[in-house]
Structures are given as structure tokens and as C-alpha cells.
Design a protein around this ligand. Structure first.
Ligand code: NAD
Length: 484
């Protein structure tokens, strides 16, 4: 597929609109460095206009029954499915993930997200609450909060927004959405699908621009009533302060340990660790951030993960044979390089990769990397790398594995491998992560499964997924009636 260079405006009040200041910035492809379009560079005033437009959007959604809003969500899903080739193409072109092995899957999940939210909210019943007072009858039921501020990252630029947009629409919230600037074309393509489905004017609005400007306006503006944010812990902390008092879902970073206990099926554990480290070039919040094992399993594990890394095809995301694309932007590749350099400085050994591959088309290609001989003080163990690196940390025994796993500041997702299910289950109960997958990769998740950070960690607040998001974006309304 070839598409002409794009010119993308904001979508406000049911129409594509130029930014108030008239400024645009170039959109780039990470695979080639080429300019592939231009995108509106919004300011606070653009975000404020979108919030104003969302008021009538919310009013229109409120007049619709749950069944009508569910139909609307299904029409959005139909529209995504009709446009899937274009969406997958733009996702590979602008985000950098491999078209064949990953981009189509993200588009399918986006359509499913709208269908699941539609059906789940239809059947989310309220309560009839017995009252002590004679003659009183009390019911409670879920109502939308009003206007949602949604701010999303670039690693899954279609699917992560859908995790908020679909439940918001199904439940009757209008949305003003600020996507990550480096995937603005993806956001515009999804917005077009939503518009084509016939959403009421103002029900979903898209404002491009720097997060610290347009995203911040959405967060602080008194006319937004809830916040859905996925991104880094640093930005999440700012949003928690700036939006204090508003209900918020914060889905933040991870540094998922893949924990290999001594009796594990090593082949299976190695495959899961490699999948989790290299999928989406490691730019996954639930990625394999580190592999923790003892000397007993290390040799075979390291050999198998290294072999898996060497089998991958790094290259142009649009080519069908490619299994790992470029990183999305310069900030992320610089962090990967810094973490690998820190590992080497601390005595780490490279078993695979460890360098950029600019000959592949741009300076954003980074070879799938495996590093061993690391201590727990390495940045690769302590912090989120968000790139294609599998660091292996050897611990004295399984108790030390648990201590190292839990010492990190993040606590989003983990994998635990053992042939002894009871042992693995007890271990999983003690791992400080919101989601622990036994004998599966740290990034296993389905749209309806609760997902979020563990208590006391910097991985977020609240739970995404199916009915959990629907609960988060609604409030309970109670009505009592006196029969006299
Ligand atoms: P980021 O925090 O830099 O940016 C995320 C979004 O916030 C972007 O749209 C950005 O424009 C916006 N933003 C930036 N500053 C802002 C501000 N002051 N106010 C409001 N909005 C602002 O994160 P990123 O680098 O785009 O994404 C990577 C991070 O996201 C990683 O830490 C990753 O783990 C996390 N993530 C978490 C999940 C999850 O479900 N927990 C999923 C995907 C990514």
C-alpha cells in the first residue's frame, strides 16, 4: 500500500479543524526518517475548544440508550475492520512495528475492544437495596462521569486509546483525547473510523500537540470530569498532582521480571522471555524487563534466549519477513543505549546485539540484545528500559530471586516458570506485580482481564480491562423512592 503524505487536523465537535494558531509540525517514519505528513500543533486554546465541544457530545450520548450506544460501538468496530489494511499500514509506517507479525493484531484487538465494551455495559446491572425504613425503595445504577480527558502513549497507538475510548462511549462519557505526538497519524486514522461510524458531534474529540500543553489542559480544565492516562511514571505523577481530585486511571511503566525457578521447562521459559523482550521492539509496559534465574538454569536459558534473539529479522516494518522494527523515537533509543552502556560499565557481557543498525534505513534500529553477568544494581534491572534487551541476572537461590524481583520500583506484570504448579502459585502470590503469569510471558493479557500496578509501586492507579474500566469511567447513582 502507498498513501500520499498526510495533512492531519484536530477533530473537534464533529469536524476536522485547523489549529487556532495555524501551526503544523512534520510527522516522520521511524523506519526511514522520511517525512510522511504534517500534523496540527495544538495549544491550550485548541484543547479548551474541544472540551467545550464535548459538552454537547456528552448531552447527545446521554439521550441514547445503552443499546443505542452499543450499536454505535459495534459500528466503530465495523469501520475499524473495513479500514484494517490502511490502519495496519499507517501503524507500521509511523509507529514502526512489523506490519505482518504485529500491526494487524493490534487493529483486530481495537475492533474487539469496541465490541466487548458495547456488550459488557449493556448487561451491567445496578442494585435494588433493601431499606430499613418502611415504604422506602432504593435503587443504584452506573452513570457516566461526563467528559473524559484521555492521554495516550505511542507504543500501542491504536489499541491503548481504544482501552479508554470504547468503555467511555459505551457508558456515555464524551472524550477529549490527546495522543502521543510521534503517532499522531495513527490517532487520526482511528479518529476517522470513529467519525465514519456516526458518533454524535463532540462525543469524541482529538487534539494533537505536545502533551505538556494540550494533555495538561485536558487534565487541569475544570470541565473534564475524569482522566484516563497511559504513559510513564514521571508523567503519571505530574498528572496525579495536576488533576488532583478528579477520578483517574493511571497505567504506568513496568520492568517485568521473568522468573525462572530451578525446576522450570527451560525451553518454554526462554521462548516466553525472548517473546516478551523483543515484541514491539521491547516497547511494551509488560515486556520482559529482566530474566531472573539461578546458576542451575543459567547456561541453557542464556543459550536459548540468545539463539532466539539471533533468529529475529530486524528491518523495515513494512516488509513481510521483518519480525522486529525500529524503535519509535530518539528518546527511547537513547535510553536503551544508556542502559546497555551502564550494564557494560558494571561488568556485563553482551551475548547478542548491543548496537544500532543504521544501515537498515534510519538511526532508530537497535539489534535484539541479550546481556549477562549483571548485578542487581544495573539500570537494566532497576529501571524500565523499554527496548529490545533481555538482561539476565543470576541470583543465589529462589528467595534471592524474589527479593530482586520485588526490589524494583515498578510492579506491573511478571512471569513465573516452574513445573510445580503449587510452588509457582505460592511464588506468584509473593511477587509484587498487578499481573503474574505462571508458565507464560510477562506480557500475556486479554482485553477483559484486570491490568494495573501493584500496591506501593510506581506502575499506576486502578485497573484497566473489561468491566474494570467500565466501573472506573462510571459513578454509582442512587435513587430512593418513598411509597408513603
Ligand atoms: P510519556 O509519559 O512520556 O507520554 C505519554 C503521553 O503523555 C503522551 O501522549 C505525552 O504527549 C503525554 N504527556 C507528556 N507530558 C505530559 C504532561 N505534563 N501532561 C499531560 N500529558 C503529558 O510516556 P511515553 O514515553 O509516551 O510512553 C512510554 C511509557 O508508557 C512507558 O513508561 C510505558 O511503560 C508506559 N506504558 C504503560 C502501559 C500500561 O498499560 N501500564 C501501556 C503502555 C505504555
Amino acid at each position: 500500500m502507498q498513501v500520499p503524505n498526510q495533512h492531519r487536523q484536530h477533530f473537534i465537535g464533529g469536524a476536522w479543524r485547523d489549529p487556532v494558531a495555524g501551526r503544523y509540525r512534520p510527522a516522520k517514519s521511524p523506519g526511514t526518517g522520511d517525512t510522511i505528513g504534517e500534523v496540527a500543533e495544538g495549544e491550550r486554546q485548541d484543547a479548551a475548544l474541544a472540551i467545550e465541544a464535548a459538552k454537547s457530545g456528552h448531552e447527545a450520548l446521554s439521550q441514547m440508550t445503552r443499546w443505542q450506544r452499543a450499536d454505535l460501538c459495534h459500528r466503530v468496530a465495523d469501520s475499524i475492520e473495513t479500514q484494517k489494511d490502511y490502519l495496519a499500514y499507517i501503524l507500521a509506517l509511523e509507529q514502526g512495528k512489523p506490519l505482518k507479525s504485529e500491526a494487524y493484531g493490534e487493529i483486530e484487538a481495537a475492533a474487539t475492544g469496541f465490541r466487548e465494551a458495547a456488550e459488557l455495559f449493556k448487561f451491567m446491572n445496578g442494585d435494588f437495596i433493601p431499606a430499613e425504613t418502611p415504604g422506602k425503595r432504593v435503587i443504584s445504577f452506573r452513570v457516566p462521569r461526563g467528559i473524559y480527558a484521555v492521554v495516550t502513549p505511542w507504543n500501542f497507538p491504536i489499541n491503548i486509546p481504544v482501552e479508554y475510548l470504547a468503555p467511555c462511549l459505551a457508558a456515555g462519557n464524551a472524550v477529549v483525547w490527546a495522543p502521543a505526538p510521534t503517532t499522531s497519524l495513527c490517532a487520526s486514522a482511528l479518529m476517522q473510523c470513529i467519525a465514519d461510524a456516526g458518533v454524535p458531534d463532540g462525543a469524541v474529540n482529538l487534539v494533537h500537540g505536545p502533551g505538556a500543553v494540550v494533555g495538561d489542559e485536558l487534565v487541569v480544565n475544570p470541565d473534564t470530569h475524569g482522566i484516563g492516562f497511559t504513559g510513564s511514571p514521571v508523567t503519571g505523577a505530574k498528572i496525579a498532582q495536576r488533576g488532583a481530585g478528579k477520578p483517574m486511571l493511571l497505567e504506568l511503566g513496568g520492568n517485568g521480571p521473568v522468573i525462572v525457578l530451578d525446576d522450570a521447562d527451560i525451553e518454554r521459559a526462554a521462548r516466553a522471555a525472548a517473546d516478551g523482550a523483543f515484541i514491539n521492539a521491547g516497547q511494551v509496559c509488560a515486556a520482559t524487563g529482566r530474566v531472573l534465574c539461578t546458576r542451575t538454569t543459567y547456561d541453557e536459558l542464556a543459550q536459548r534466549i540468545t539463539a532466539a534473539a539471533q533468529e529475529l529479522v530486524l528491518g523495515d516494518p513494512l516488509q513481510p519477513a521483518t519480525t522486529v522494527g525500529p524503535l519509535n523515537n530518539h528518546a527511547v533509543i537513547e535510553k536503551v543505549e544508556a542502559h546497555v552502556a551502564d550494564g557494560l560499565a558494571r561488568g556485563g557481557t553482551l551475548l547478542a546485539g548491543g548496537c544500532r543498525k543504521p544501515e537498515l534505513g534510519s538511526d532508530l534500529y537497535y539489534a535484539p540484545t541479550v546481556m549477562a553477568d549483571l548485578g542487581e544494581d544495573a539500570d537494566l534491572n532497576r529501571a524500565e528500559t523499554f527496548g529490545p534487551v533481555a538482561p539476565i541476572i543470576v541470583c543465589r537461590d529462589e528467595e534471592e530471586i524474589l527479593r530482586v524481583a520485588n526490589a524494583a520500583g515498578h510492579g506491573l506484570a511478571a512471569g513465573v516458570f516452574s513445573r510445580d504448579l503449587a510452588k509457582a502459585f505460592r511464588f506468584a502470590e509473593r511477587v509484587g506485580a498487578g499481573l503474574v503469569n505462571i508458565n507464560g510471558p510477562s506480557h500475556y493479557w486479554e482485553l477483559h482481564i484486570p491490568f494495573g500496578g501493584a500496591p506501593g509501586k510506581q506502575s499506576g492507579l486502578g485497573r484497566l480491562g473489561g468491566r474494570h474500566t467500565l466501573h472506573a469511567v462510571t459513578e454509582i447513582k442512587t435513587i430512593s423512592y418513598d411509597l408513603g
